[in-house]
Ligand binder design. Sequence first.
Ligand code: AMP
Ligand code: MG
Length: 491
Amino acid sequence: MKEGKVITETELNLENSYASLPKMFFSRQSPSHVPSPKLAVLNYPLIESLGLNAKALESDDGVDILAGNRIPEGAIPLAQAYAGHQFGHFTMLGDGRALLIGEHITPIGERFDIQLKGSGRTPYSRGGDGKASLGPMLREYIISEAMNALDIPTTRSLAVVTTGESIIRERNLPGAILTRIASSHIRVGTFQYVSQWGTVEELKALADYTLQRHFKEGEDKENPYLSLLQEVIKNQAELIAKWQLVGFIHGVMNTDNMTISGETIDYGPCAFMDVYDPGTVFSSIDTYGRYAYGNQPNIAAWNLARFAETLLPLLHSDEDEALNLAQNAISNFANLYKNNWLSGMRAKLGIFNEEPEDEYLIEDLLSTMQKHGADYTNTFRALTSDNRKDTALFGATEFDKWYELWQERLARQEESKGASKQLMQSSNPSIIPRNHRVEEALEAAVTKGDYSVMERLVNALSKPHVYSKEQDYYSTLPEPSTCPYRTYCGT
Ligand code: AMP
Ligand code: MG
């Protein structure tokens, strides 16, 4: 294992606060050596915002760092321990194919985890090989960066390198490592892990660490742990509303895949909905639709209830009182979520003020979309561009009626038509990472080594609120297909 300073400085400025938590929370582990690392993608805007040096990361030494062949100065690589409810069943998990290299402190003092995903086996790998293949890592890169451009809190992707290894899946695939950036990797599952197998002191250590890292204001509150719970609930209510507003389906909302920071994490089987249908599921293993589009808010509330349970010993010395506090906090989620969703939907329709009937107007449009198999994103796109004829709804009597009611609603507010249009444009993405366009980019990159298709896609997705002709290519719908789009986990 190579160690120490690289020839040109990467400007990585690493600390390891996670390693000062009690020992049960992690296992120190070096990344596996890989034979022939090569850069596949590097995220220049992110490099800049983190204050890193692109030239140094492009160099052989830099690529060695991104591949886990070189440990940068100041790093303490470790695998984090966590548990989780997977499809409702509680299991011990942990980083089975990822390592936290350290926490990078940016020039303005922000702290971000630097994690290598696909860097080899760890004590938590169970039967897995600890590796990742190129296609899924590029897919995570594309979608996480698209989410960031949509202003949705998310982990980010700094780089993908190929390792020169062949990964054994249903067929041999090129191995790859993704460098993931997150404001932390603390999960609901991390709390479940300590709650199940740790002491109250260890639980308190994690809760205090989380407060310190994410909710500093909470530390001075009368009951800091209640404030931690409330803040996590508030952040998740905002996050899930944002997912729903753009039609993002996470696909595997297990409690280990829900962060405490409120960032979207784990882009395995996720995908964006085409036709509006609350029952939409893409994941091949989600047979019962537990994580269907329309079920995401309920599942978030369920996961948060699991989080609240872990905090009970800290919430109050009296068990009944602790339960009371937790239940009150959880019961707030539905309202918080609904308010976020409603205000987001109003904005999607160019509505500035509130009227009690707005919810009916919104629901009416959605049910008409579902009935007529209208594309979710493109319907709002067409309404924004005033191209009613472009929607699958055009000509339907219900839609004509709805349209009239909507126009009357807009006329009842003070703001001008122009202001409404602007609000709609900034609230309705003109493009999303459509499954067939993502597949096209991955196919070119993985089978032909041609990254230009992906580059163009990522570039277009970085400006989702620009309504230009160039974007049309990315907003066209896939050819009707006999088999629905399917996504897969853990590949
Ligand atoms: P995910 O579906 O990516 O959230 O992963 C669920 C759990 O499986 C986590 O503990 C992962 O670290 C682990 N895991 C996924 N793929 C692998 C692999 N190839 N080798 C070892 N562990 C894995
Ligand atoms: Mg996961």
